[in-house]
Design a protein around this ligand. Structure first.
Ligand SMILES: Cc1cc2nc3c(=O)[nH]c(=O)nc-3n(C[C@H](O)[C@H](O)[C@H](O)COP(=O)(O)OP(=O)(O)OC[C@H]3O[C@@H](n4cnc5c(N)ncnc54)[C@H](O)[C@@H]3O)c2cc1C
Length: 460
């Protein structure tokens, strides 16, 4: 009897334990490779991730000699139908620990009845829930989690698909949806091979300098692997296996991804609410008439702060933003514009090609100062000082903000100090950072004085 391999966030053949389990279970080597286009995930994904996913599925289909079975619909119905129609004895998946994924898989399990839904592996080197404190509770702070995660360790990469495997297309596949129009956005190549090529390029040219260069927005000092990891075109275990003792800083970044998956697993509601509840109920967020205007200026990269605007324009131009700049624009939204992090997180999820619920919600909560192990709220990023430090020659700003292309060197960060700084239509600053910083800090102090459950009046 064949087995169904239901691909989700593991669009690869190499080092894929769920796929190997399906092959083993099938007995005769016949595996039905399935991908379900689930409207609940597809529709909110945003055009960038939709386009990337289509390209990744197309690449997976090529690797499967054109035998990937694509079906649209509710997974509980689709997977049951495919299992029945192909006579499969089992359906294989990598475990999903996200709030929606868990519920979906339980529903599929029920719908399958006697056909087992077999979970093997996960999108993480160490599955959420495995790294716990001595008393069995979970970590809420990164550094001890990292130590325990290192002590726990992870398996070696699982290897390649054995010869003799038959990709069995028992049913007719639907066509992939047409890729949405991305305008001028250029996405990087998708798929397993592209992931390995990107990794090799990073490993040979930038990994050794990662610690020194990773914060420089103007350089390609990071791996730019987020979208490959998000879709499981490469497994983090495969990357960890390639690291040496000197690569600890990069290993820690992989661990942040695992830590945030762990936090989300423990607190599924933290995708939407602040872990520190007082931030949602007690702060005086700007909900007044100017809030939408401020949000739009931020989202479109027209705040008048060059480093912030360059970041938001990079997001719209590439579906990606450098990590340092993500922190600066997030801090600006929350602490200079006094808007809730959830609005910014939704905007990120709309545009980011590596958009991931756990890393995004907790990246925002960390910056906003309301999450697990958060940067303290009173650490307010100065958008100009950050720009001067992490884009010292202004190259990053000039790359994304053409109205400032005429300014030389670091002066692109401070057009207000340059004769002719605004000659090409760059907007004036919409707020004064020094003043808004004080407002944010005063609000924090007032909120701290409240009991954890209090609710303060919102701004008019
Ligand atoms: C406000 C905010 C929102 C974010 N949203 C996302 C998101 O939606 N998806 C996402 O994958 N990352 C997110 N991050 C984390 C980080 O910015 C990106 O993972 C990183 O910029 C991706 O680029 P890279 O692949 O070159 O990273 P590298 O520096 O090369 O790191 C390698 C990998 O480690 C992981 N990683 C690195 N830093 C972090 C981190 N701080 N948290 C979690 N994982 C990390 C990523 O998988 C990344 O691809 C967010 C950070 C912030 C501050």
């Amino acid at each position: 009897m064949p087995a169904v391999m239901w691909f989700r966030r593991d669009l690869r053949l190499l080092d894929n334990p769920a796929l190997l389990a399906a092959i083993e279970a099938s007995g005769d080597g016949r595996v039905v490779p399935l991908f379900v286009l689930d409207p609940a995930l597809w529709e909110p994904a945003g055009h960038v991730r939709q386009a990337y996913l289509i390209a990744s599925l197309s690449s997976l289909n090529d690797a499967l000699d054109g035998h990937l079975l694509i079906r649209g619909g509710n997974p509980a119905d689709v997977v049951r139908e495919v299992a029945r129609a192909s006579g499969a004895a089992s359906v294989h998946i990598a475990a999903d620990f996200g709030p929606y994924g868990r519920r979906r898989d339980e529903a599929v399990e029920q719908a399958l009845g006697d056909v087992p839904l077999v979970r093997t592996g996960s999108p993480y080197a160490v599955a959420p829930g495995r790294v716990t404190k001595g008393d069995g509770t979970s970590y809420r702070v990164f550094t001890p989690f990292y130590r325990a995660w290192m002590n726990h360790g992870w398996r070696a990469p699982a290897g390649d698909v054995p010869t003799g495997t038959i990709w069995w297309q028992a049913l007719e596949s639907q066509a992939l949806p047409a890729a949405p129009d991305l305008g001028s956005i250029q996405l990087p190549a998708a798929g397993e091979q592209a992931a390995w090529e990107r990794w090799e390029a990073f490993r040979s040219s930038a990994l050794a300098d990662y610690d020194a260069q990773r914060n420089r927005a103007d350089l390609t000092g990071t791996s730019v692997m987020g979208h490959h990891l998000k879709w499981g075109e490469i497994h983090p275990r495969s990357l960890l296996a390639e690291l040496s003792d000197t690569d600890e800083v990069f290993r820690k970044e992989i661990c942040w991804r695992e830590f945030y998956a762990e936090v989300l697993e423990q607190r599924p509601d933290s995708a939407r609410v602040s872990l520190n509840a007082r931030f949602d109920t007690g702060m005086r967020w700007n909900t007044g008439p100017d809030a939408d205007e401020a949000f739009t200026a931020w989202a479109q990269g027209r705040t008048g702060y060059p480093f912030v605007d360059a970041g938001m324009r990079q997001l719209r131009a590439e579906g990606w933003m450098h990590n340092r700049v993500r922190m600066v624009v997030a801090s600006f939204l929350v602490k200079d514009l006094h808007l809730q992090w959830q609005r910014g997180a939704a905007e990120f999820m709309h545009w980011l090609r590596d958009g991931d619920i756990a890393s995004n919600a907790h990246g925002w909560q960390w910056t906003a100062g309301c999450g697990t192990d958060a940067s303290p709220f009173y650490r307010v990023f100065n958008p100009v000082a950050q720009g001067l430090r992490f884009d010292p020659d202004g190259d990053y700003v000039r790359r994304y903000v053409p109205e400032l292309a005429h300014l030389k060197g670091a002066s692109a960060h401070e057009p207000w100090d340059q004769p002719g700084g605004y000659d090409h239509g760059y907007p004036q600053r919409i707020v004064d950072h020094k003043i808004e910083r004080e407002v944010a800090l005063a609000d924090l102090a007032a909120t701290k004085a409240l009991s954890p459950d209090s609710t303060r009046d919102r701004r008019p």
